[in-house]
Each structure stands twice: as structure tokens, then as C-alpha cells.
Design a protein around this ligand. Structure first.
Ligand SMILES: CSCC[C@H](NC=O)C(=O)O
Ligand SMILES: [Zn+2]
Ligand SMILES: [Zn+2]
Length: 445
């Protein structure tokens, strides 16, 4: 289970601050301490980046009816304030990708793409300690809001890191594009999936991308170099109907039960494989959950059709053709009239190399090393827009700079401490110069 609100607070923030960042963040932490001791906590005492973050959190871009218009307007205003160009690409009616661009000094080089999605998942309001769209900040500095971790924090961190670097007068060889995309939380089919196929995307000439990762409750930072493929599978079983009082043979339920058993046995096998090997992380094995059961009309009517839906997350090293054959044979073994269909089927898993043969990784991990940040490279258990970027040949890393933070995305009381948020701005302020200064690759010279 995820950490409870009270427990998370025990991760006292100042301790998490390390190395060169300590100096720059310590002022905000000192401010924090000061704030806690004071009765007045007016917005004038808050770090302006935190204020901006809270403003963005208040925009209700919540599925299934996100207010994308308000988010785009907010981003346009940021572009204006930062002196950046702002392009709006409507990839589907009402679905706008907003691109803010900071041009580099060498236009022959490929660009850095900083991606974030603008939508957030729904809430169960009654389980929250504070209104999830108020961006309430408690006396300790925790900001409660849907999107606090996933991933409005990162959108603002990108913007604020760029602002700082611009104010300091920096310029880098590579262009930095910030893309703000809709629809990720429901699969990105009206967002990044379409955007990567557009001419406006080709023109960006993305050489490398950063996208979302996950918080890490320890001192370390998680970084994703690949992800599992979502396969949503609905198994439909058909059989003989009749009166509920009879011993009917070859029923839909009986055959569906067999397939469900086969799949849950496979689940158990993967779970054991994960449990028994400490070197394996969750993303390295295939997971599956039974998420829906449908069918039946009355207690005493044996139905002719029943179905079961599964959310498979297939590890990137799995032979997908063989896996589909396995699904087929589970259905066949259950008897006649058992079929399956896909609600989602990703078939192009890609891996971004995490060794120094990859200059992007070398730059990224080099900065983290300099900052004394411990990285835990993993395969993302869930699906993000990185899969669309990697599939069109853009190496991507999934990184949310939140350590000592419980994983609360999609959960009640999603929150982030303001000092962790501010430290994230610092981290990007170090990462961007390095990434945007990666020398010309062999393919670029
Ligand atoms: C597979 S499309 C849905 C994408 C979604 N992404 C974030 O939670 C996920 O369920 O992983
Ligand atoms: Zn997300
Ligand atoms: Zn999400």
C-alpha cells in the first residue's frame, strides 16, 4: 500500500538536500522553516515558482473532461513572460499540443524535447484531506493537488529552469522545446500518438527527450529507459444457454473460467519470478490484472456469452508474437467459441541505452553524478508518452525529480513538498545546460 499522509511527513525535507544543490535550495528551506514558525503565510512569502506551480494545479484539466483551453492559455502567458515562441498544434479537434521554444545557437544540431502532459486523472474527492484542485499547502510545505506529482510539477519545473537560465544570460547550442500535450492519461491517442506523426513534430528535430517518471521514497531518483507494453485484452466466451437449474454442458462461464485460471496462473508465475530475484524490478516482468467481468442477465438464466478483461503490461524483452500465440492457445484450450480482442496493443517497445555509448545518457547521468544524485534506472511499469517518442527514434528518459517522496500518482492526497519541487527546478537547471550542449553526434556532423 502507498504511504499514508501522516507517514509521508516523517520524511523531513532538509535532510534530503545534498551537495551543490544544498546551497541553492537551503534558502528556500530556511524560508520554509521561517514560514512554519510564523502565523502569517501570505503568498508574498512564497517562492514565486511555487506560486506558479499552485496556479497551474488549480486548472481543472481532469479527465474525462479536461479544461484544456485554460491550460493552453496559461502556457501562452508563460511563453509571453519568458519571451519564448509558442506554437499550438491541434492534433485532433479540441486537442492542442503547445510548444514553447528556446532557440539554440547552432540550428544544425538536433533539439532537446522536454515533454509533459497537461491532463490529470479523476479524483475521489471524499477521500482527500483537502480539495484536490485548490493546491492547498499545509504548514509543513506539502502541496496537495491532483497533478502535484503527475505531472504538473514537471511542466513548471521545466518552465522555471528555462526562465532562470535565460535570466542568467545563458545560451546553448541546442534548441530546447517544451511540449505540453493532452490526453496522456487515457492513452495519448489524441495527443502524442498523433503529434509524432505531424510535420510540426518533424520540424522540431528532436534528438533527445525527457518525460515523466515516478517519485522515489528513498534517497535515490528513479529514471526510466524503457517501458512495458500495455495490452488490454478482452476474452469473450460463448456457450450453451438454458435454465439455471440444469447441468448444462459447454457453458460460456465454464470456458471463461478456464481462461481466467490460465491467465491468473501466468500472473502467479511472473509474480514469483519477481519475488525470487532481487535483481528484477517490477517493470522487468510481465504483469496482468483481471479488471472487468461482464455477462449474465438473471440468476436462473445460463448466459450464452460472458467476457473477462485483462490489463497486461508486457515486459520489453518478451517475444510479442509468441505472447499472442500464448493468448490464443489459452483460449483454444478452454474450448470452442472462446475469442479475444484488443482494447490496446502496443507492439513497438524500445530501449534507450543507459551506457556511455549514448551521449544523452552520458550527459544526463554525468550531471546527476556531479550533483551527487543516485539514479535507479528501471523499466517503467506503466505506459507514458515516451513510448511514442522512442518508437519514432527519439531516445527518451522518464524522470521525475522527486526523491524522499511517496509514490502518490493517481492516489488520494497526491502531494509534493515545496522544497522537493524547488530542488527539482535546480536539478533541471543543471541538466538543461548539459543536454543542450551535447556536441554534434556522428549523425549530425
Ligand atoms: C495504456 S494507455 C493508458 C496510459 C496510462 N498512463 C498513465 O497512467 C497507463 O495505464 O499506463
Ligand atoms: Zn503522467
Ligand atoms: Zn498518470
Amino acid at each position: 500500500m502507498l504511504q499514508q499522509p501522516g507517514k509521508a511527513r516523517s520524511a523531513s525535507l532538509p535532510k534530503c538536500l545534498t551537495s551543490p544543490l544544498r546551497a541553492s535550495v537551503s534558502s528556500s528551506v530556511k524560508q520554509l522553516t521561517k514560514h512554519s514558525a510564523m502565523t502569517s503565510k501570505g503568498p508574498e512569502e512564497e517562492h514565486p515558482s511555487v506560486t506558479l506551480f499552485r496556479q497551474y494545479l488549480r486548472i481543472r484539466t481532469v479527465q474525462p473532461k479536461p479544461d484544456y483551453g485554460a491550460a493552453v492559455a496559461f502556457l501562452e502567458e508563460r511563453a509571453r513572460q519568458l519571451g519564448l515562441s509558442c506554437q499550438k498544434v491541434e492534433v485532433a479537434p479540441g486537442y492542442v499540443v503547445t510548444v514553447l521554444t528556446w532557440p539554440g545557437t547552432n540550428p544544425t544540431l538536433s533539439s532537446i524535447l522536454l515533454n509533459s502532459h497537461t491532463d490529470v486523472v479523476p479524483v475521489f474527492k471524499e477521500y482527500w484531506s483537502h480539495d484536490p484542485f485548490e493546491a492547498f499547502k499545509d504548514s509543513e510545505g506539502y502541496i496537495y493537488a491532483r497533478g502535484a506529482q503527475d505531472m504538473k510539477c514537471i511542466s513548471i519545473q521545466y518552465l522555471e529552469a528555462v526562465r532562470r537560465l535565460k535570466v542568467e544570460g545563458h545560451q546553448f547550442p541546442r534548441t530546447i522545446h517544451m511540449t505540453f500535450v493532452p490526453d496522456e492519461e487515457v492513452g495519448g491517442h489524441q495527443g502524442m500518438e498523433l503529434f509524432v506523426q505531424r510535420p510540426e513534430f518533424q520540424v522540431l528535430r528532436a534528438g533527445f527527450a525527457l518525460d515523466e517518471g515516478l517519485a522515489n521514497p528513498t534517497d535515490a531518483f528513479t529514471v526510466f529507459y524503457s517501458e512495458r507494453s500495455p495490452w488490454w485484452v478482452r476474452i469473450t466466451s460463448t456457450g450453451r444457454p438454458g435454465h439455471g437449474s440444469r447441468f448444462i454442458e459447454d457453458t460460456a462461464a465454464e470456458k471463461l473460467h478456464k481462461v481466467v485460471s490460465s491467465i491468473l496462473a501466468f500472473r502467479e508465475k511472473e509474480w514469483q519470478r519477481l519475488q525470487s530475484n532481487p535483481h528484477l524490478k517490477e517493470g522487468a516482468v510481465t504483469s496482468v490484472n483481471l479488471t472487468k467481468l461482464e455477462g449474465g442477465v438473471a440468476y436462473n438464466v445460463v448466459p450464452a456469452t460472458m467476457s473477462a478483461s485483462f490489463d497486461f503490461r508486457v515486459a520489453p524483452d518478451v517475444d510479442l508474437k509468441a505472447f499472442e500465440e500464448q493468448l490464443q492457445s489459452w483460449c483454444q484450450a478452454a474450448g470452442e467459441g472462446v475469442t479475444f480482442e484488443f482494447g490496446q496493443k502496443w507492439t513497438q517497445p524500445q530501449v534507450t541505452p543507459t551506457d556511455d555509448s549514448n551521449p544523452w545518457w552520458a550527459a544526463f547521468s554525468g550531471v546527476c553524478k556531479d550533483l551527487n544524485l543516485t539514479l535507479e534506472p528501471e523499466i517503467c511499469p506503466a505506459a507514458t508518452d515516451s513510448r511514442y517518442l522512442r518508437a519514432v527514434g527519439v531516445p527518451a528518459l522518464g524522470f521525475s525529480p522527486m526523491n524522499r517522496t511517496p509514490v502518490l500518482l493517481h492516489d488520494h492526497d497526491e502531494r509534493l513538498h515545496e522544497a522537493v519541487f524547488l530542488r527539482g527546478v535546480d536539478i533541471y537547471t543543471h541538466l538543461l545546460p548539459a543536454l543542450a550542449s551535447v556536441p554534434a553526434l556522428p549523425s549530425e556532423s
